[in-house]
Design a protein around this ligand. Structure first.
Ligand SMILES: Cc1cc2nc3c(=O)[nH]c(=O)nc-3n(C[C@H](O)[C@H](O)[C@H](O)COP(=O)(O)OP(=O)(O)OC[C@H]3O[C@@H](n4cnc5c(N)ncnc54)[C@H](O)[C@@H]3O)c2cc1C
Length: 402
């Protein structure tokens, strides 16, 4: 054990109280640590939007002891379905019912983000060892011996035995230790949640549904027992984009979907208000841990959303961190090396696969014809085989044996 008696009495600091940060806090508390979560927002919470969860997320929930809480709040879809947004042609359909569950040991689901966050917080509350400080933005990190000190915007310092940088896509912790630039995609995402009564009856499918068109796509799925629907539309912007969020404009969205078939176009006429995200990712990096500080979730591997795995990866990260500490007898330097060794290739594959999937979604011309032929006649079994690397993740085998 390289942790001295004095530093062992200190909490582990977690920067950021998003899905990744709260999951990490829970994993650390389960491993016997006192944890202090520092969140810049005035309160802990999540944006009002849905999220898709692969079976790997449920494996992570179980490992964090909140499997039943999360399962109770999810909507279980029957299939994932893709249509061509120009001519309504069916491009691919993957059943996610019984056979899918049997294959991966867990379901495919859609859920409101706040419901994941609440489940994680409820799990965290059963461990009295997690303190959360809101309105606390960390601005600088310093390490000395086996302690880590962070300074917040009020000039206050917080001392811990380690720091988990779960501070999202614009991570201060990553900026300090890595300092790499973001890759702004030029893709813009608009998101909204729509009440069932306002959602078109002919699109009320119990499915994670996507309409793919030239330089754009549209996604919709049910939330909260089908009482609401999540709508997400994405397009390649004509403007020079900067990574960030702002209020959107209905006219802007509509200007990008002029050739979209009427059925899918209904989606962009629905929301009363939209939020607009200009997205980015970063090149995968080969080191996340620096002394007693490490990165987790979007801070470690920000990704485009095209394979719906960013939050799933953050949950897996949290479980893996806890398992690495367990395996290494809570020796931080050794555990952090094992953690990053176990995670880097897998999360990089997600980042790179998401970029490629974006290209497939947004294909035009002959590339579009290739895309529409890609999955013709493919059996569910063959789809499941192709997804095994992603959805087959298990907590019991999450640590690298290299
Ligand atoms: C359009 C879209 C759709 C998506 N769909 C899916 C999906 O279907 N499935 C899926 O798995 N993933 C999806 N994702 C990805 C997912 O949203 C993220 O990967 C996930 O939320 C990352 O969680 P996180 O905790 O790492 O980061 P965040 O959620 O960004 O949390 C970071 C937290 O840190 C706080 N913070 C930031 N800086 C500081 C600081 N200096 N000090 C203190 N606190 C700080 C922030 O306020 C925030 O609360 C999608 C993303 C987008 C954009």
């Amino acid at each position: 054990m390289s942790t001295s008696i004095s530093s062992r009495a200190l909490p582990v600091l977690v920067a950021g109280g998003g899905i990744g940060g709260v999951a990490a806090a829970l994993a650390l508390a389960r491993q016997g640590f006192a944890v202090k979560v520092l969140e810049q927002a005035p309160q802990l919470g999540e944006i009002g939007a849905g999220i898709q969860l692969g079976p790997n997320a449920f494996a992570a929930f179980d490992a964090l002891g909140i499997g039943e809480l999360a399962r109770g709040r999810a909507v279980y879809t029957d299939e994932m379905v893709m249509h061509d947004a120009l001519d309504e042609r069916l491009v691919g359909r993957i059943p996610t019912g019984e056979a899918f569950r049997a294959r991966f040991g867990n379901p495919y689901a859609v859920i409101h983000r706040a419901d994941i966050h609440t489940s994680l917080l409820e799990g965290a509350r059963t461990h009295g060892q997690i303190e959360t400080l809101t309105g606390t933005r960390i601005e600088a990190v310093q390490q000395e011996g086996d302690t880590v000190t962070v300074r917040d915007q009020h000039g206050q310092v917080h001392v811990g035995q380690a720091l988990i940088g779960a501070d999202g896509v614009k991570s201060v912790v990553r900026q300090q230790y890595v300092g790499d630039a973001a890759r702004v995609s030029g893709h813009v995402v608009y998101r909204a949640v729509v009440e069932k009564n306002d959602f078109p009856e002919d699109l009320r499918w119990n499915a994670a549904s996507i309409w793919v068109g030239p330089n754009y796509h549209l996604v919709h799925y049910p939330l909260r027992g089908g009482e609401q629907y999540n709508v997400v539309v994405t397009f390649h912007s004509r403007e020079q984009e900067e990574w960030g969020v702002r209020e959107g404009s209905r006219q802007e969205v509509q200007s990008y979907y002029r050739d979209c078939c009427p059925r899918a176009r209904q989606l962009i006429d629905l929301p009363k208000s939209w939020k607009r995200w200009a997205t980015a990712d970063r090149e995968p990096i080969g080191q996340w841990s620096f002394g007693r500080a490490t990165l987790l979730g979007d801070a470690a591997h920000p990704t485009l959303q095209y394979i719906a795995q960013g939050a799933c990866m953050a949950l897996e990260d949290a479980v893996t961190l806890g398992q690495a500490l367990k395996r290494c007898g809570n020796d931080w330097p050794q555990a952090l090396r094992l953690y990053e060794r176990s995670r880097i290739a897998r999360t990089a594959r997600v980042v790179l696969s998401a970029r490629e999937m974006g290209r497939i979604f947004h294909a035009s011309g002959v590339e579009r014809l290739v895309r529409n032929d890609l999955w013709k006649g493919r059996t569910p079994q063959r789809f499941y085989d192709a997804m095994e690397w992603l959805y087959g993740w298990k907590a019991e085998t999450c640590l690298s044996e290299d």
